[in-house]
Design a protein around this ligand. Sequence first.
Ligand code: MG
Length: 456
Amino acid sequence: MAYEGLMVSVSGVRGRVGEALTPEIMAKFAAGFGAWARAKAGGKAKIVLGRDSRVSGPMFHPVVIAALQSVGCDIIDVGMAPTPTIQLAVEHHHAAGGLAITASHNPIEWNALKFIGPSGLFLDGNEAAEMRAVVDGDIKRAMWDELGKVERDENANERHIAAILALPYIDVEKIRARKFKVALDCVRGAGGAFMPGLLEKLGCVVTSINLETDGRFPRSPEPIAENLGELEALVKKSGAEIGMAVDPDVDRLALVSDQGKAIGEDYTLALAAKAVLKKKKGVVVTNLSTSRIVDDIASEAGTRVIRAPVGEVNVATRMRSEKSPVGGEGNGGVILSDLHLGRDAPAGAALILQLLADENRPLSAIVASYPRYIIVKDKLDRPKGSLDEVYAALKAAFPGAEADTQDGLRLTWPDRWVHVRPSGTEPIVRVIAEAPSAEDALKLVKDCRVPLDRMK
Ligand code: MG
């Protein structure tokens, strides 16, 4: 079944509030998810439910509860919480699954329902297909005496913070002794009720903006460098040693250096991996569109990077099969196996503070000790013909490059790469290139557009 204007992907269903995303749609998917999870669990099922701070969250929240009750699922309601906190709560309660009402970094008019499986990971392709079949079929409802019950869990945030502080990579006393001056921007998302508590436990002196958890984002909520001007100014004004920005559901972390400059969200994973690899060996897993700064950090630590198709669950499942201690995405999403297999900004923040404590030099100096790369991103309408022709043409045009075809086509050279892939949610093709200079990266993008433009 198609739903007009709704973006349905493996991990969730997303739309604009008041347009494609209505309470009816949320109820239908929540009920389908609950029925699927209940069948998988063999009859009885507990589902963990949480939401970010979006204005539409309190409207959808009771709808999702009712839908889950209607299919006989018991609900453990963690209220407003970061997405990683909800994932951890699924594991903690041995639940049959979890639902997060969040549109992550998307603008204020969006919301979404994200589906979490019993292991605390987002659904994979097979699970999502099974669940969709239930959503589109006749959903079996519970009778009056089988309706689910609702229980409130007030301790999810505290458990998550305690789990981070107990990680073998985090020396709480060493970090506390430094009394780091941190500038924080939570964009009025769920992080406002989480990040200050974590940073205080780590002995930081915090100056913050946008901690209100009312979902009225004062800027575009994606934590990319161009959106962090206010945080950059705060770092300078307060003399902070580091600035931290999280997205509304707190799974992405971006950093501003002591010089008041956003260092680019690719560095979050690279620096967090550096902190982990000092204490535990293993491969680093990331996706095909992530900066090669991660390769530099890995080879410095005597290990290597394995690349998975784009999509958080692809990285997470690959980390599991490769027994990788740390991985994630170049968008500021750090995944730490010892905590749970999902992007976790609070864990990333603790690791970065650990790195600063270990290195004993400013963040700007650490960043300056690595090569800089420039990423250029482009997108164009998806051509009518098969993309296989495009990939073949590109492989022929660049015989010297190493080709990876797990997810579109990625061509790699020792100091640069380009990735051509169809979007999973929109009728577009993305072209992303990285090279030591903007000029070289732009050239790669232009070269790859040639066979695509020819097909128009
Ligand atoms: Mg997010």
